[in-house]
Each structure stands twice: as C-alpha cells, then as structure tokens.
Design a protein around this ligand. Structure first.
Ligand code: ZN
Length: 98
C-alpha cells in the first residue's frame, strides 16, 4: 500500500478548508518489523492516535482488524453526506426540527 493521504501543511487550528480545525497528519515509513504508520493529531489540541497499516490489516488506535473489517465499520460513517462547503451544525439542526 502506498501512502495515499495527500500531504498537508499541518498548521495548528487551521479552519480554512473545513470550517473546523483540520486534522494534522504525519506519516512514518516502516523500518524492519515496524509497520508504516500515520499519526493523526487533533487540529485544536494535542489529542492523537496512530494508524499502522499493512496489505492485510490496519491497527487503528491500538485496535487490530482486517481491512474488510475496518471497511464495514468506517465506510458508513465516512459516507455521511453533507452539502459541499456547508458543515452540518448538529446542535442547530436539532433545534430546527423541534
Ligand atoms: Zn482537539
């Protein structure tokens, strides 16, 4: 698997693209037995977790799973649609439906 996440500038609290702080993404190549990984850091604080990846599996935040397994879990969440350029304000939406 090649590195597929586009390079980012990783500025702290960068809201220019998504209207909320952009996740900071760092990549590290594998060495010997160490799998390559991505380090994802919150855009607004020092919260972070790692994704180790291989041909046959991913370890996300310390949880191991087959690629297919992760696909079943993450894809429905990632496919949630919202109008382009208009981040959905969950709190506001709830108020409107009442
Ligand atoms: Zn944060």
């Amino acid at each position: 698997m090649k590195q597929q996440i586009p390079n980012r500038t990783n500025r702290f609290y960068d809201t220019s693209r998504f209207g909320q702080p952009q996740i900071r993404v760092y990549h590290k190549k594998g060495k010997g037995k160490m799998m390559p990984r991505y380090l994802l850091k919150c855009g607004c604080c020092e919260q972070k977790f790692e994704i180790y990846y291989a041909e046959d599996g991913l370890e996300i935040g310390g949880v191991n799973g087959a690629i297919e397994d992760w696909r079943e879990i993450l894809l429905p969440l990632l496919m949630i649609r919202q109008p382009v350029g208009k981040p959905v304000d969950v709190k506001k939406k709830k108020k409107e439906t009442k």
